[in-house]
Every structure is written in C-alpha cells, then in structure tokens.
Design a protein. Structure first.
Length: 324
C-alpha cells in the first residue's frame, strides 16, 4: 500500500446520490462513509515491497481494487469480482480527504505533462473507454450518445478518438449540448416531449442513417426505448446509465433486428490507456471541469453538483497546490 496526500477529487453523480438517498440499488449506506472516487494525489509514504513508486510521485488512483484472485481476475475482468473494494461504495470509504491509503498497484504514476486534475478525470474517462470498447466503436462508426452529462461527454470524446465518423448526442439541457459540441459532437438534439420513436428518427435523419452503436448514459426508460429504436439492425446498444431496477423496453424490436444489448460495470484495465492518451495530448478532458472548490467548501461543491450546474465539479484537497 501507499499513503497519499490527496490533491484533486471530482464529484460524481453517485456521490451525490449516496449523500441524498443513502443507497444505490443493493449498495446501502449503513455507517458514516467518506465519499469521493475520482482522484489524484502525491505519494507520501510507501509500504514495504512497493518498487514502482517513490515519495513525491504524482499519481492517479483507480478506485476498484480486487480483494482476491478469483475467476474474474484471472480472465482480466476484475471489475466483475463480487468482493472488489471500491472507493465510496458502501461499506468502503472513498478518498475525499487530506490523506488516503490505497493499494500501490492501483496507483498510476502521472507523467509531468499530465495535471492532477486530468489525473482525477481518468476515472470518468475510463467509463467512456470501457463503454466504447464494449460497444465496438471503430473507424467510421456512426454513434448515438444518449445524455450529455459528464459520462455522455466522455463517451463523445472517446468515440471520436476511436475513429467514429459522426456522433449525435441528446439531452434536455441546451447548455450541456453546447458543451458536447465543444468536445467534438457532430450533431445535437435537444429533447423536449418527443416520443422515443420520434427521437430515433431525428437521430437517423441527422446522421443520414441509423447508428451502428448507441451508448445510453441516462438510465431513463424513454431513453433506453429510444436507444433500441434508433440502433441499426445488427448494431449494439450499450447501457451505461442506471435508473430503476425494472424498465419496460421494446425487447422484441431489438431481438428480431439482432440489436445486441450490452451492460457495463465501471471499467477495467483503462488507467494505462487513459494516461497514454492524456500524455500524448490525443484527448483533452480539461473542458469538462467547470467548477473548483477547496475541501473546506465541500458542501457547496456538492450542492452545485446536485443542482446540475456546470459539468464536472472538482475539489482541491491540498492547500499547498503544486499543480504543473
């Protein structure tokens, strides 16, 4: 393990959800819990046997650490391990604090040209990398991203990076769609009160064809329905956003058109990829951060996120800030 002095921690929708509702599905907050799982910091102390890091190293933290070498770990899909430790998922504490101890293998050294803030953004970026890989985005793909929150936006970034020829994104909010255009979306649709079928046909007319790939980032029933209707026969729908446990969807429509429906759970093996992309300047996540607060103003930061202002709210835990 290593002891870290924390630097930048992003606030996620799940953090706000635990704070407001005390549970997400089967994960229930029973005791006080530290929030935060999008984080970077500086190595202060090393446990015995840690060789790849030294004090003073700037690192990005992968929050999911397997507790045992089970079948999922053996096949490289450690995110599916049922006993995994995960920051800020009950009962595991997160890292929104001044000092934090974490498994050294899940702390990744940041190159000098990657900032602490970018290091913290690797966590949401990883969701986009994992989702677009599971979706099979490739050279020339036409992609429909549903929802323009932070996760919708990282999916736009990654899809374009992976060679998508055209990306269309939907949202209720005009300002969020403006941000999507900033990060590379080719077309935007501001949804008002259209039926799922109407949304699907708007997607098709903007792209000039039905997309092979849809990445659904809202979890809203109507959006999942639109995702099925919009996806080209033989294409893939990836469900990233999570809503109610039971949703009614046109499953027969998907089945008879051979639309593959895939889920994702967080990510795995994405930190090295993300660091390489950030270091080579192939991907720019900086526009995602719209608000910054010191740790003392955490409540204000959480309230800002809860109101849906801006995109990504970032907390600064280190008052002596040495951000390059």
């Amino acid at each position: 393990e290593v002891l870290l002095r924390m630097h930048s921690v992003g606030i996620c929708g799940s953090d706000v959800h635990y704070w407001q509702h005390g549970r997400i599905g089967d994960f229930v907050v029973k005791d006080p819990m530290v929030l935060g799982h999008e984080a970077s910091g500086t190595v202060v102390k090393l446990g015995s046997g840690v060789t790849h890091l030294k004090p003073g190293d700037r690192v990005a933290i992968e929050p999911g650490v397997p507790r045992e070498m089970d079948e999922f770990c053996k096949t490289g899909r450690y995110n599916l391990s049922p006993t995994i430790f995960f920051c800020a998922t009950p009962p595991d504490d997160g890292n929104l604090c001044r000092y934090y101890k974490h498994s050294a293998s899940y702390c990744y050294k940041l190159p000098d040209n990657v900032t602490f803030e970018e290091g913290a953004l690797i966590e949401p970026l990883s969701v986009g990398i994992h989702a677009c890989k599971r979706a099979g985005v490739t050279l020339g793909s036409k992609v429909f991203v549903s929802g323009s929150g932070p996760i919708g936006l990282v999916n736009v970034l990654v899809a374009k990076m992976m060679g998508a020829a055209a990306v269309v994104i939907t949202d209720l909010s005009a300002s969020r769609l403006q941000k999507a255009r900033e990060v590379g979306a080719d077309f935007t649709i501001q949804v008002k009160n259209e039926t799922p079928q109407e949304v699907a046909s708007k997607v098709e007319s903007l792209l000039g064809c039905m997309p092979e790939i849809t990445v659904e980032c809202t979890g809203v029933e109507a959006c999942i329905q639109a995702g099925i209707y919009a996806t080209r026969s033989g294409g893939t729908l990836v469900l990233v956003g999570l809503g109610p446990e039971m949703v009614t969807v046109p499953i027969v429509n998907a089945a008879v058109r051979e639309v593959d429906i895939r889920g994702i759970f967080r990510y795995c093996n994405t930190w090295p990829v993300a660091i390489a992309l950030l270091a080579s300047k192939r991907i720019n996540v900086k526009p995602l951060v719209t608000h910054r607060f010191p740790l003392e103003k955490a409540l204000e930061a959480f309230e800002t996120t809860k109101r849906g202002e801006g995109v990504k709210v970032m907390l600064k835990c280190d008052p002596t800030d040495h951000n390059p």
